[in-house]
Write a protein that binds this ligand. Structure first.
Ligand SMILES: Nc1ncnc2c1ncn2[C@@H]1O[C@H](COP(=O)(O)OP(=O)(O)OP(=O)(O)O)[C@@H](O)[C@H]1O
Ligand SMILES: [Mg+2]
Length: 214
C-alpha cells in the first residue's frame, strides 16, 4: 500500500510550515516501524539546512528520515516515488503563491495549514483551503504560535468557523524552543527543558496522522 502524503502549505510566509514539517516528520519517525520521508519543495531550502545540521549531529549514516528536494511538478513524482517505500511522506512548500504549492497539494492525502492567530494570517488562508478543496484533498488547520493568554485566539477560532476546513484540537504555543531546536538540526522532542512543546507536538502528530488516514 502506498504511504500517506501529508503536505504542509500556507501562502502566508513565516506561518510555521518548515517548523511543522520537521517536527511532524521526526515525531512520526520515532514510532517503531514507521518509515518517514521529508520532501522540501521550497527553493529557500530551510528544511535542507535543518537536515544538514541534523546529519552533522547524528552522522550521515543516521537513517531516521529520508530527505529529498524537488521543484515544480517533479515534487509530485518524487512524493509518489517515496510513498512506495515509506509509510509517510511530509512535504514542505514555499510561501507567497499557492500555485507553487499546487503539485504538492495535488498529490496529498491531507493538506496541513499552519496559521498564526492574527487576522492578517486568517485572510491569507482562504486561498490555500480553496486550492486543497479544488484538488480534492482534505485539509486541516493548525493554530501555531498561540500566545498564552489571548482573547484574539478565541475570536479567530470563531472566525474560522466560516472555513470549509477542520481546525485541529491540538495547537502549538509560541515557544522559543521551536526556533532553538530548528537552528541545531533538532526538534523540541530532542531538547531538554522543552517538555511542554514536545507534548504539544506529540499530541498534534497523533491527531494529524489519524486525520490523514481519513
Ligand atoms: N510555535 C512556534 N513558537 C515560536 N516560534 C515559532 C513557532 N513556529 C515557528 N516559529 C518561528 O517562526 C519563524 C517562521 O517559521 P517557519 O520558518 O517554520 O515558517 P515557514 O512558514 O516555513 O516560513 P516560510 O514561509 O518563509 O517558508 C521561525 O523563526 C520559527 O522559528
Ligand atoms: Mg518554510
Amino acid at each position: 500500500m502506498a504511504g500517506q502524503i501529508i503536505t504542509i502549505a500556507q501562502q502566508k510566509g513565516g506561518s510555521g510550515k518548515t517548523t511543522l514539517a520537521a517536527h511532524l516528520a521526526v515525531a512520526w519517525s520515532r514510532k517503531r516501524g514507521t518509515a518517514v520521508a521529508l520532501l522540501d519543495t521550497d527553493p529557500q531550502g530551510s528544511l535542507g539546512e535543518w537536515f544538514e545540521n541534523r546529519e552533522d549531529r547524528f552522522g550521515e549514516d543516521w537513517a531516521g528520515l529520508t530527505f529529498r528536494t524537488a521543484s515544480g511538478w517533479g515534487a509530485r513524482r518524487e512524493a509518489r516515488s517515496m510513498g512506495r517505500n515509506h509509510d509517510l511522506v511530509v512535504i514542505d512548500t514555499p510561501p507567497k503563491s499557492d500555485l507553487d504549492a499546487r503539485p504538492a497539494i495535488e498529490c496529498a492525502n491531507l493538506v496541513v495549514i499552519p496559521i498564526q492567530p492574527s487576522p492578517v494570517d486568517l485572510w491569507a488562508t482562504q486561498s490555500t483551503i480553496d486550492l486543497a478543496a479544488k484538488e480534492g484533498a482534505a485539509s486541516l488547520l493548525i493554530l501555531n504560535r498561540v500566545p498564552p493568554r489571548a482573547s484574539l485566539t478565541a475570536e479567530m477560532i470563531e472566525a474560522m468557523g466560516d472555513f470549509e476546513s477542520v481546525l485541529a484540537k491540538s495547537r502549538l504555543g509560541n515557544r522559543v524552543a521551536f526556533a532553538g531546536a530548528m537552528g541545531d538540526g533538532l526538534t523540541v522532542m530532542e531538547m531538554s527543558g522543552a517538555k511542554k512543546a514536545a507534548d504539544e507536538v506529540e499530541a498534534l502528530a497523533t491527531e494529524v496522522r489519524k486525520r490523514a488516514k481519513g
